[in-house]
Design a protein around this ligand. Structure first.
Ligand code: UDP
Ligand code: MG
Length: 337
């Protein structure tokens, strides 16, 4: 493990006063034993139970180790994490929930893995301690996200994750409002890995995700991934039109065989024509959707790609020369370049 790297731990907090003291104590313990340089960033997401004051107090008691970021109201878990990312300066950034469902002691495992050369390290909760409804919903969502991103991760809902600095910077350069961090990170990640972590029951308070908040989160996930639903309009249109045309041909042939009295004096023909026109309307909406989708992509202004290093430039050559004498400094220079 490269002990000189700075580790940032970002934790969103929303009404978690009951578990905050223990969380801070356990995080400090693990950081003191495992890392020589670290910062714990606690982001208060508009709590009303005194969590913000507790965060401020601990930041005062542990200057340089705990940083409190207080948001003026509740913006949601992923927005709060983004606020923490913005404040973080670490080479490696770890995210964690504040409710102690993810044991902080597992942070070391993720950091070790990321130091093996991965951009993003996710985690899979073994013996997940959530309701069957949450587990089933997660399983189907994970499958959809896996097929969309092509990244073979199995637990997108677990926020105990670690990211290399350049991935965090790439995420920060995306200015869209609705984000789902694990998917956004994987869209920039080259090498990803997963580790198995423990999972505990929530002991203090309840889940901060009501059914409505969960539905909102799924929409964020869907729209942050793709504009496929817009394209589906065209596909539906083509299917309806094709059915209408097929139906029309069928009626025409049957009429030739059975004469004009067949098929309710042309009423069915009307249906066939209707199907064709409805199909055209859908295709029209789908085309509009295509333009809207393209505008949506452009408005979000996500970077098209992210260069993490350029080799062969004058600056880079200096780094290589420096490495001949001082290997430790070289690492830092490379990071800055
Ligand atoms: N959280 C937050 N803002 C919110 C909802 C949740 O910052 O609007 C935090 C919460 O304090 C916790 C983490 O996000 O640290 C995960 O929330 P929770 O444990 O309620 O989610 P669950 O485990 O039920 O998915
Ligand atoms: Mg939880």
């Amino acid at each position: 493990m490269n002990k000189s790297e700075l580790i940032s731990i970002v934790i969103p907090v929303f009404n978690e006063a009951g578990s905050l003291d223990e969380l801070i104590r356990r995080c400090l313990d693990i950081c003191h034993t495992r890392f020589s340089r670290f910062e714990i960033i606690l982001v208060d997401d508009g709590s009303t139970d005194g969590s913000a004051d507790m965060i401020c107090n601990s930041a005062g008691q542990h200057p340089g180790e705990i940083i409190g970021v207080l948001l003026n109201r509740n913006y949601g878990q992923h927005a709060a994490i983004m606020a923490g990312f913005e404040k973080s300066t670490g080479d490696i950034v770890v995210t964690l929930d504040a409710d102690l469902q993810n044991p902080p002691e597992e942070i070391g495992k993720l950091v070790e893995k990321i130091m093996q050369g991965f951009d993003v390290v996710g985690s899979v909760r073994k013996d997940r301690q959530d309701s069957i409804f949450r587990r089933l919903a997660s399983a189907s969502i994970n499958r959809v996200v896996r097929s969309y991103t092509g990244v073979d991760m199995h637990d997108y809902g677990c926020m105990l994750r670690a990211y290399r600095r350049h991935i965090v910077d790439a995420m920060l350069s995306c200015h869209e409002h609705s984000t789902f961090i694990p998917v956004l990170a994987n869209s920039f990640a080259g090498k990803t890995a997963e580790v198995e972590v423990g999972h505990e029951k929530r002991t203090e308070g309840d889940s901060k995700y009501s059914l409505w908040k969960l539905i909102n989160l799924q929409f964020d996930l869907l729209t942050s991934m793709s504009t496929l639903p817009l394209r589906l309009l065209s596909v539906v249109g083509v299917l309806i039109s094709a059915t209408g045309i097929g139906f029309g041909l069928f009626l025409f042939v049957m009429r030739l065989i059975h004469g004009p009295g067949w098929a309710a004096q042309g009423v069915f023909t009307l249906f066939a024509a209707l199907f064709i026109f409805i199909g055209f309307q859908f295709i029209g909406m789908g085309l509009l959707g295509e333009y809207i989708g393209r505008m949506y992509h452009d408005v979000r202004g996500r970077p098209r790609y992210f260069v993490c290093r350029v080799a062969g430039e004058i600056q880079d050559l200096k780094v290589v020369t420096a490495s001949a004498t001082k290997p430790a400094d070289n690492e830092n220079l490379l990071k800055k370049s």
